[in-house]
Design a protein around this ligand. Structure first.
Ligand code: G3P
Ligand code: CA
Length: 268
C-alpha cells in the first residue's frame, strides 16, 4: 500500500500512545501506560510539569482542575495551578474519577513513577517538557530523573527515549546538556528554519492538520544532529482515514489516543 511504501525504511509508522492509551484510561496515569501495554503498544507519550516543591509530575495542563478532584480536596486554593501545590498535596488527588468510576483512586504520577512503569513494560518514552517557561531549569532536572532511572544509558539512548517540546529553546537546551538524547520540536516551523533546527532537533512533530507530503519530505531531507534523516511524528490522530493519509505522507510516527485503531489502519 502507499502507506507502507512511503514510510522510512518501508515499514509502517511507529504508533505512540498519547498521554498513554488515553481514549481508554485517564490520560497521563499509570493506568494509561498499562492500557497501552495491554494493547501491545511500544511507545508512550507524556507531559511533564513541576510542583511547588520542585518535584516533576506527569500532567498535561498547568492546572489541576480538569483531570483531578483538586477543587473538592482544596476548595480554598484557586486557581489550582500545579506549581502552587506540593508533591504531597498532589499525591492525595484522585486523577481517575473524572474519566470513569473504574479508575477512581488513580494518582498523578511523579515522572519517576511514570518512567518506572514504562520500563516495567519494556516500552519506549516520548517525553514532553510542558510549559518550560514556567519552570526554569526543568530540562536539567528532567535529565537528572532520567539518569537516576537508568534511562540515559546506551541502550535507552539508542532507541527508547525521545524528549520533545513546543519550545525550541528547551529542545536546544536538552541537546546542549546531553547531546546523546534524541529530541523533537513540536509544531510546524517554516522550511526556511529547518537548517538551524537540524543542529539540535532529530524530529519535527506537527499537528496532522498542518501536514502535507511536501512538508514531511522537506523535513526528512535534512540530516539531524545524530547524522540521520530528521523524522516527523504527527499528532493527534484518532481515526483510520487520517492515519492512512499521514502514513501516505511517509511520517515516521503517529501519536494517538486510540493506538489500536491507528495500528489497525497503518499496520505494524
Ligand atoms: O505529542 C504531541 C502532543 O501531545 C502535543 O500536544 O497538547 O497534547 O501536549 P498536547
Ligand atoms: Ca503532549
Amino acid at each position: 500500500s502507499p502507506a507502507r511504501a512511503a514510510t522510512d525504511g518501508g515499514g509502517p509508522p511507529r504508533v505512540i500512545a498519547h498521554r498513554g492509551a488515553s481514549a481508554y484510561a485517564p490520560e497521563n496515569t499509570l493506568a494509561a501506560v498499562d492500557k497501552a501495554a495491554e494493547l501491545g503498544i511500544r511507545w508512550v507519550e507524556n507531559d511533564v510539569q513541576r510542583t511547588r516543591d520542585g518535584e516533576l509530575v506527569v500532567l498535561h495542563d498547568d492546572n489541576l482542575r480538569r483531570t483531578t478532584d483538586v477543587e473538592e480536596v482544596f476548595p480554598d486554593r484557586a486557581p489550582w495551578r500545579v506549581r502552587d501545590f506540593t508533591a504531597r498535596e498532589i499525591a492525595r488527588l484522585d486523577a481517575g474519577s473524572w474519566f470513569g468510576p473504574a479508575y477512581a483512586g488513580a494518582r498523578v504520577p511523579t515522572l519517576e513513577q511514570f518512567v518506572h512503569r514504562v520500563e516495567r513494560h519494556h516500552q519506549k518514552l516520548l517525553l514532553e517538557i510542558k510549559n518550560p517557561e514556567l519552570y526554569p531549569g526543568i530540562e536539567r532536572q528532567t535529565l537528572k530523573v532520567l539518569s537516576n532511572e537508568g534511562w540515559l544509558d546506551r541502550s535507552h539512548l539508542a532507541g527508547r527515549l525521545i524528549v520533545q517540546s513546543f519550545s525550541a529553546d528547551s529542545v536546544r537546551t536538552v541537546h546542549a546538556l546531553k547531546p546523546g538524547v534524541k529530541t523533537g520540536l513540536l509544531g510546524t516551523p517554516p522550511v526556511s528554519d529547518l537548517p538551524g533546527l537540524a543542529g539540535f532537533a532529530d524530529q519535527i512533530n506537527p499537528s496532522h492538520g498542518s501536514l502535507s507530503l511536501a512538508y514531511v519530505s522537506s523535513v526528512q531531507a535534512f540530516t539531524g544532529p545524530h547524522g540521520r534523516p530528521m523524522e516527523v511524528f504527527t499528532w493527534t490522530v484518532d481515526d483510520a482515514a487520517t492515519a492512512q493519509r499521514v502514513a501516505g505522507y511517509g511520517v515516521d510516527g503517529i501519536i494517538t489516543n486510540r493506538p489500536d485503531v491507528v495500528r489497525e489502519a497503518v499496520g505494524g
